[in-house]
Write a protein of this length. Structure first.
Lengths: 231, 231
DNA sequence: GCAAACTCTAAACGCCGTGTAGTAATCGAA
DNA sequence: TTCGATTACTACACGGCGTTTAGAGTTTGC
């Protein structure tokens, strides 16, 4: 049961974040300025310090929110896809790219480096979202792993990876070998690469059909494991 | 024959860039401030405007220099590698990753978004460097293309791509089909993905051996085309 | 009804990029 | 060699930024 004060406080915090997101979408991360937010709210910049201890904390909160929205979209697409081994994986990938293209500044904020020296390790909702992304992808790999006929190269061992994530992964997906987890990380990179190039504008001078490029890459990613191509 | 004035001017410009690079390596793109540079040089910030019309122009110049250094390293590694179909490709990829890991802030500056609304299209040395990167990778694909036994999926056509880059590519590599150029872009993304995740710290909570992950990914990238694995 | 907690303003500090006016040095040519 | 023009630089100002501090004004819980 939230008190009146708590409710007002939550509303104001939401308004701050909403305006911050609009500023970011319009002018990139640097456009998120406490003074600009306060100006739009008819306040002074100092008032925001009642809600966020510092600008970096506000941005970190935004990252967590954006990451959550991205993952919600990805999971929604995955669950709406058919149950063929690669279909859910493909749906996830396409959903991530579509979200990124629709929210380029948001994607940059998530995977870029808006707060140089900061970056808290394994703490806070932003780290939780990252973990959720990693877990979601690993789960998709675990689903298709039994159907794979071409094993990825390399000699992955559990000791290659961070102990915490290994513990979580092995508990959730006991059947998955270390090579499966390695594959999940590699797929993450493979998806991220083309999306990052596109979102940062490095493909604009090259291709007019980035979605075609990405789709072909994802199809090959799936078929190269010996799975039938979905769709 | 440079006059004394020109020589001094070039030296000062170089000193400005050198200090800017050091500041960037230490504190990220935001640490590149004209006042900080001038402070280290015993000048005032206004003096830098005799050398660069604006801070963004200085950063753009830095990007071009860094991109050139990255490509020099990649081409050097490629030329030092054996002549097996995939060996030169692998050497290029590993060299890019190693440069990125050694110069993380530089890699971020090249492929990130330090200048939000700016980004000149197809002009200036930074765009030239990007073209050189793309051309270098396309050339490597053209080298291995005849030896490929597994054709990448998708239906690439020349009209999918930017007219200028198509003209340059078809002139330089007449035998390469559009699917080959598409493959080059896709490889670019595949290399960039894992490197970007690593450089921005998104792999630190996951794997302790990112180089192993990258190497395996590159080996699979080559072997999935039906080429023998190098090394 | 009142003290405590909270929210906000106003002003200041030290950063930042950028523009302008003026000074001092240096250069090219008469 | 001297003189006008160009160049390199300083000093200062402007507005913007994040952040801190002191103090009002309001709301809350007892």
């Amino acid at each position: 049961m939230p008190t009146r004060r708590e409710r007002l406080r939550a509303e104001t915090a939401t308004e701050i974040k909403t305006i911050a997101l609009r500023l970011m979408a319009a002018g990139g991360p640097d456009a998120i300025s406490l003074r600009a937010i306060a100006r739009e709210m008819g306040m002074t910049a100092g008032a925001i310090y009642s809600y966020f201890p510092t600008r970096d904390d506000l941005v970190t909160t935004l990252i967590a929110d954006l990451y959550t929205a991205l993952l919600d979209a990805a999971e929604r697409a995955r669950d709406a896809a058919g149950s063929a081994p690669g279909a859910r994986l493909l749906a996830w990938a396409e959903a991530v790219r579509e979200w990124a293209v629709a929210n380029p500044e948001g994607y940059k904020l998530i995977y870029g480096d808006p707060v140089p020296g900061y970056r808290a390790p394994t703490s806070g909702p932003a780290a939780d979202a990252e973990l959720r992304a990693c877990a979601g992808l690993t789960e998709l790999v675990a689903e298709v792993w039994p159907a794979i006929t071409v094993t990825p190269s390399g000699t992955a061992r559990w000791t290659d990876f961070d102990a915490d994530i290994v513990a979580l992964t092995r508990k959730a997906l006991p059947m998955l070998p270390p090579a499966g987890f390695a594959l999940a990380l590699r797929m993450w990179g493979r998806m991220h690469g083309l999306i990052a190039l596109e979102v940062y504008g490095h493909l604009t001078g090259q291709t007019r059909r980035p979605e075609k490029l990405f789709h072909a890459e994802m199809i090959d990613m799936i078929t190269s494991l010996g799975l039938r191509a979905p769709k």
